[in-house]
Design a protein around this ligand. Sequence first.
Ligand SMILES: *Cc1c(COP(=O)(O)O)cnc(C)c1O
Length: 389
Amino acid sequence: MNSKKQGFNTICTHLGEINDEQFKGAISPIYLSTSYAFEDVDVKRYPRYFNTPNQEALCKKIAALEKGESSLIFGSGMAAISTTLFAFLQKGDHIVLQRTLYGGTANLVNEEFEKRGIDFSYVDSQTTEGFEQKIKPNTKVIYIETPSNPLLTITDIESVAVLAKKKGILTMIDNTFASPVNQNPITLGIDIVLHSATKYLGGHSDILAGAVVATEENINQIFQVAKNYGGSLSDFTVWMLERSIKTLGIRVKRQNKNALKLAKWLEKLDDVSAVHYPGLKSHPDHKLAKKQMKGYGGMLSFELKNELDASKFQKELRLIKSSMSLAGVESTILSPTLTSHALLTEEERNLQGIKNGLLRFSVGIEEKEDLMQDILQAIKKIKVLELKH
Ligand SMILES: *Cc1c(COP(=O)(O)O)cnc(C)c1O
């Protein structure tokens, strides 16, 4: 069967898999060898050259899921992001980025670009005009992230891609939050798609990995830098990631469903003052999200009413774990002010609309009723605590 025509879950389960010719096992064998014979001088296999059998097999799957030509996988999301940025940006170049970036990406830009002579501008409004205003004659890249962290704002992918094409600028997107289940930016005109595979692609909070998907030509340009930086992924983790992606479609669809139900339910709770989820009609970018996403994802954030202490609430949760990471099958929660965005000043956080009581909720695959019960019992407990004071 022509693999290009396969449906999403078939690609997840099978595409790229290595046939076990020797024992006819049902899954890809794992090849941990770091040394391969020089039978063909054109193919020097070596893990840091991103071309072991397991790496190549998984890259085919990830490229197909994002509807791209080619892909590379890395030891972390940040390895994929930094290697890709430095493959296209040189001294004297300029990049336009949206302000609401993943914290690690913002740190990379703020701490590493200036000393390399790379100029950058942040866009606050996240509208296409906002991006256009920041473009300079030496702008080489526009970098977006949608839905964003932690307020789930939406950037118009197609419109930014059209703008960039007109100006001959390369576009990159961090597609981690949406995952390929909900959004395929390449089909909307984006050049390069980045993932922290630590999140939905891995999905079980036990893998650190990253991925980039693009044309063969762009992947080759990234590879030339990647082999020097050495951020490749160990083949054992590659194999685990291949296994994890088999269930990507069913996991994320379930998380979409749970998150939408919980967002609607939270919005009606008296003790909650705001819910941020692109699937809600009240979300300012709901129409745009509906246009460019197939599902709204498993991430949402919400604010408790002022008089309720968000950190105490977090401590009273029994099922929903407080955790730095996200996108696992288990539900997790964190306070951006105290964790992911702690390095920003209060003023910088205010600029992005991140309030101190905001909680970011990564919705898992549990039964939604159990998650609701957990939230209700935690609110009840902190109310009792507050009465005692
Ligand atoms: C986690 C994350 C990253 C960084 O990935 P690591 O695997 O932790 O290096 C980048 N972007 C987004 C949106 C993330 O959530």
